[in-house]
Design a protein around this ligand. Structure first.
Ligand SMILES: Nc1ncnc2c1ncn2[C@@H]1O[C@H](COP(=O)(O)OP(=O)(O)O)[C@@H](O)[C@H]1O
Ligand SMILES: [Mg+2]
Length: 224
């Protein structure tokens, strides 16, 4: 069974004068353990689709299914739980809290896991170690390079051990050497931990190099 599926999904944004159709009835299925790239130019609907998969947004029409069940009936509390437990998200701009250290940023994601304070601290350090950053735990985001910040955000994304990692242009702000390190880390998480990886990118070369399969988007539709 697919771990994530979009069935005939449309997402429209109603603006004052017009309606923008970001996704036009698209259907895609992602199998467990796959590394899939969603490839398309700017404005093709990639982030819109990823946000629907991540439970940050809901479709105008059609269904998003996680493990065969539609997300539609979920209340906002249940949707928050889905975001916390089932999917980890990584963004181009890292989205770390600037006033918190690397360790505190990761601990924040563990705050709802019912762990005691010392256990949270131990687990956060273990996660930072997994992304090769145990020696930067006390640094603020501003004291870290872009590649290091992205690794903190990956540690945060896997904090609650989600089966799926959703990455929206995760290397868009990095030079090619750092980009490669991040992609290898994502690949490790698939190979070692069996996570499903969905990578959104406009970089065809990156998609070809790392993904098992490429889904192409153009103007809100999939193309072959
Ligand atoms: N919140 C929003 N309100 C209005 N239009 C939006 C919004 N988000 C995205 N769009 C529009 O939807 C289309 C797809 O955007 P997006 O999914 O961000 O594309 P991509 O990630 O491929 O660059 C674009 O035309 C964009 O301007
Ligand atoms: Mg985008």
């Amino acid at each position: 069974m697919a771990i994530l599926e979009a069935q005939n999904v449309t997402r429209e944004y109603r603006m004052s004068a017009e309606t923008i159709r970001a996704l036009s009835g698209i259907s895609v299925a992602i199998e467990p353990g796959e590394f899939v790239a969603i490839l398309g130019t700017s404005g093709s609907g990639k982030s819109t689709l990823l946000n629907l998969f991540g439970g940050l947004d809901r479709p105008t029409a059609g269904e998003i299914l996680f493990e065969g069940k539609s997300l539609r009936p979920l209340t906002s509390t249940e949707m928050s739980r889905y975001r916390l437990r089932s999917v980890g998200m990584i963004f181009q701009t890292f989205n770390l809290i600037p006033t918190m250290t690397a360790r505190e940023n990761v601990e924040l994601a563990l705050a709802f896991a019912g762990l005691g304070r010392s256990e949270r601290r131990r687990r956060a350090l273990e996660l930072l170690d997994q992304v090769g950053l145990s020696n930067r735990a006390g640094h603020l985001p501003s004291e870290l390079s872009g590649g290091e910040q992205q690794r903190v955000s990956i540690a945060r994304a896997i904090a609650n051990n989600p089966r799926i990692l959703l990455a929206d242009e995760p290397t868009g702000n990095l030079d090619s050497h750092r980009a490669d390190e991040i992609m290898k880390l994502l690949d490790d998480m698939r190979r070692r931990d069996g996570r499903t990886i969905i990578l959104v990118t406009h970089d065809r070369e990156l998609a070809n190099q790392y993904a098992d399969r490429i889904i192409r988007l153009k103007d809100g539709s999939t193309i072959e």
